[in-house]
Design a protein around this ligand. Sequence first.
Ligand SMILES: *C/C=C(C)/C=C/C=C(C)/C=C/C1=C(C)CCCC1(C)C
Length: 260
Amino acid sequence: MIHRKLSIFSFFLLTPLLFISTGASAAGDSMMLQSGDFVGYSFWLISMALAAATIFFLMESLRIGGKWATSLTVSALVTFIAAFHYFYMREVWVSTGATPTDFRYIDWLLTVPLLMIEFYLILAAITNVSGGIFWRLLIGTLVMLVPGYMGEAGYLNATVGFAIGMVGWFFILYEIFFGEASKVAATKAPPAVQMSYTLMKWTVTVGWAIYPLGYFFGYLAGGTDEGTLNIVYNLADVLNKIAFGLFIWYAANADTAAKS
Ligand SMILES: *C/C=C(C)/C=C/C=C(C)/C=C/C1=C(C)CCCC1(C)C
């Protein structure tokens, strides 16, 4: 039963990914990765790591199941959506040398709310939590990303976009450090869930800080080297998408083991 489900999942997952990756290489020499293009290598490595992480989270979601299934499936959605965007971003970089800002923001607009939902889901897996946590984190995400995009794309003054975006991020940090979510985690969560909540919370603090720093140096402080900026963003995504999912996977395993 489980195995049939798994093969159906893998089929639907891998087919589009294969199309995208062969499409990229069939489109001509200009699209090929050049030897020595380390930024291109990083795009390639991260896209594959994200695709592999997707399969891992889906399979583990089926294996562990129960009330953790949704959290693990959402982790898989995050890495899946990102893998797709990375295939396109890699193509933009390799064929034009440009920074794929639009693709990044479309990816963030989908994956960041899903990452926020994870805080709600891991708490909902252990106790009753109010929908307010979910809505506040979602609103924080939009306040952070929409002005950030408008600032980068030139629809809004870059400094104003940055400043409003920072308010959104601080609003999220407030909720997970001092708000209702933090209180539920501190009082109701078993040790394994508390541990992963702490890791997730610090990822949102330290790992996420990389993006506004990139924005700051790229747009407000005289500009940086685009190649470096892309490598930094790519590595940040490994931490903020794959490792973040692994923290949840850890809690799911430990919580399930403690109860069996
Ligand atoms: C998987 C992708 C993630 C976790 C992306 C996160 C993006 C941010 C935390 C962006 C933050 C920004 C600000 C805090 C200020 C305005 C500029 C942004 C959008 C780069």
